[in-house]
Design a protein around this ligand. Structure first.
Ligand SMILES: [Zn+2]
Length: 536
């Protein structure tokens, strides 16, 4: 087989076992649509093709322009976008029909006859996803940034009706450990759109770096973005200015991707202390990494809420992620005020309005629960939860927030990572939960494609009135070992394609063999887009 697959065992297993000859390009859509029927014939996009939006609106015009931009480089066509009150036959019609409530916020229908393509949706997001399906119905060469001669830009005749299973279809990227430039983030936003994924979680802060400008605390980036990264390279001011963030938010919005900021607290805060040592336990810069905020003093909460104020102003996301994972055991026990606070809490019963759920930690991920640490962390996180709610947003945290306890009625969203028990535990308490389990959905490891694909995020024994709290899935691309975007590409794909399908496609339509066949043309599409598939 072709040597280009050497070096990526995941791709190699897939493609060698299927064989290129077995799969056709046409109709191979990932994530697989809910309903699709295929007919004879095709429609050819050529110099006579027009994109018609109806009704005229800024959002529809932007989707039309986006589609025209997708078609332009490879075909050499400048497909015009025109608006019309009523859909007209011929060309590519993008039609909003608010009566089609059955399609939900993100569903669409796509009909291709010999005369043209019609995409209908109740909301603009649905039209955008219909465009992504149209894209995958076209020859893969359409992704080329250079003009391609001798290809007929044919769309096979089909009828598709489609909508997503989950509202959260996420990807975490980690510029804190190894910085990713603004342009690199835009490229990943584009790749998420191709997979109908709609959330990019930005892990903006950690022990190795602080990557977002906060005006009130200028030293966070002046010092915190110049620390050595995970690989030990000297920092060079690796951060996003507030203008950069606004640019990224707008870029993502144009692709129906929400950027969810993650600001880690009270652990994974090491990049704070070289800049503001007074926030550490003992009031001075700690010697090691992975130190927590000194949460027994009011200054920690002031710092956190002041930072969150600016983050909330920058990111329109309804969700604000505060990490809250892996608080180290040592520092609070050695700190006079934290120790006193934990002793005091130890003598006090947990407030009646607080419910805890102790996540059973798997052997491979997470640290065991410690009552003293968990109580103090719980107090802090509940204050932050209340603050974020008061600002009209929903707090998201890793599943440690269940251990420390959440207040009854809290709108906090749990990101389950340490074990499937966290999914059931969240649902049982009525907390929305996103399934991003280690190792199945961790992209920075060697988990097999089939294991990732076959993982079912909703536990089988969960009653439907609890299962509804599972709002989605997420692939986490932790950045410790990925120094360059080429490393990130190699780790992210093709497992992210599998997670995208789990997030979108109804379980009855998921089949690993069928997925492998559809992955062959998607691989060619990703190659054409310049996605690296070999170990750098
Ligand atoms: Zn302390």
């Amino acid at each position: 087989m072709k040597s280009i697959w050497n070096g990526n065992s995941v791709w190699a297993t897939v493609l060698l076992s299927v064989g290129l000859a077995g799969a056709g390009e046409m109709h191979a859509i990932i994530p697989r649509p809910e309903k699709m029927s295929v007919a004879e014939g095709s429609y050819t996009i050529d110099s006579g093709t027009v994109i018609r939006i109806s009704p005229a609106s800024r959002e529809l015009r932007e989707i039309g322009n986006y589609l025209s931009g997708l078609l332009g480089p490879a075909s050499g066509l400048n497909v015009p976008v025109k608006s019309s009150w009523f859909p007209k036959p011929g060309g590519i019609a993008l039609t909003l029909d608010r009566q089609r409530k059955d399609l939900g916020d993100e569903g669409y229908t796509l009909t291709c006859t010999g005369k043209g393509v019609t995409i209908v949706a109740a909301k603009p997001a649905g039209l955008f996803y219909g465009v992504q399906t149209l894209r995958q119905l076209l020859p893969v060469k359409i992704e080329s940034q250079q003009k391609v001669e001798g290809v007929a830009w044919q769309v096979p005749c089909v009828m598709i009706e489609d909508k997503p299973r989950f509202k959260w279809r996420g990807y975490l990227i980690d510029p804190a450990r190894n910085f990713r430039t603004k342009e690199e983030l835009k490229r990943y936003i584009d790749l998420l759109a191709l997979h109908k994924m709609n959330i990019m979680q930005l892990h903006l802060t950690d022990d190795q770096g602080w990557r977002v400008e906060i005006k009130r605390y200028p030293k966070l980036v002046e010092i915190g973005s110049r620390l050595p990264d995970y690989g030990g390279r000297k920092g060079e001011g690796w951060f996003y200015s507030q203008a950069d963030i606004r640019e990224l938010v707008a870029y993502a919005a144009g692709r129906y991707v929400t950027l969810v900021p993650e600001i880690e607290m009270p652990g994974h805060c090491g990049a704070v202390f070289p800049a503001y040592p007074e926030l550490a336990c003992g009031g001075k810069r700690p010697g090691g990494w992975a130190e927590p905020l000194c949460v027994s003093r009011d200054s920690a909460e002031d710092f956190a809420t002041n930072v969150l104020d600016e983050v909330i102003a920058l990111f329109p996301s309804p969700y604000i992620h505060v990490g809250a994972d892996e608080v180290p055991v040592g520092p609070w026990r050695k700190c006079a005020t934290c120790k006193a606070a934990m002793e005091q809490l130890g003598k006090t019963p947990l407030p009646a309005e607080v419910t805890v759920f102790r996540v059973k930690v798997s052997a491979s991920a997470g640290v065991p629960f410690h009552e003293d640490i968990g109580r103090l962390q719980g107090e802090f996180i509940r204050k932050i939860d209340r603050y974020i709610t008061s600002r009209g947003r929903q707090m998201v945290g890793w599943d440690e927030i269940l251990d420390g306890g959440l207040k009854t009625g809290s709108a906090a969203v749990v990101m389950a990572w340490r074990g499937a028990g966290a999914v059931g535990g969240s649902c049982g308490q009525g907390h929305e939960v996103i399934v991003s389990l280690h190792p199945d959905y961790y992209l920075d490891n060697d988990t097999s494609l089939q294991r990732t694909y076959d993982y079912e995020p909703v536990p089988k024994d969960l009653p439907p009135d609890q299962a509804k709290y599972v709002i989605g899935v997420q692939g986490n691309m932790w950045g410790e070992q990925t120094q360059t975007a080429r490393h990130v590409d190699w780790r992210t794909f093709p497992r992210l394609c599998a997670i995208a399908e789990t997030g979108w496609t109804v379980p009855g339509n998921r089949d690993f063999r069928d997925f492998q066949q559809r992955l062959v043309p998607l691989k060619a599409r990703l190659d054409t887009l310049g996605v690296n598939s070999v170990r750098p």
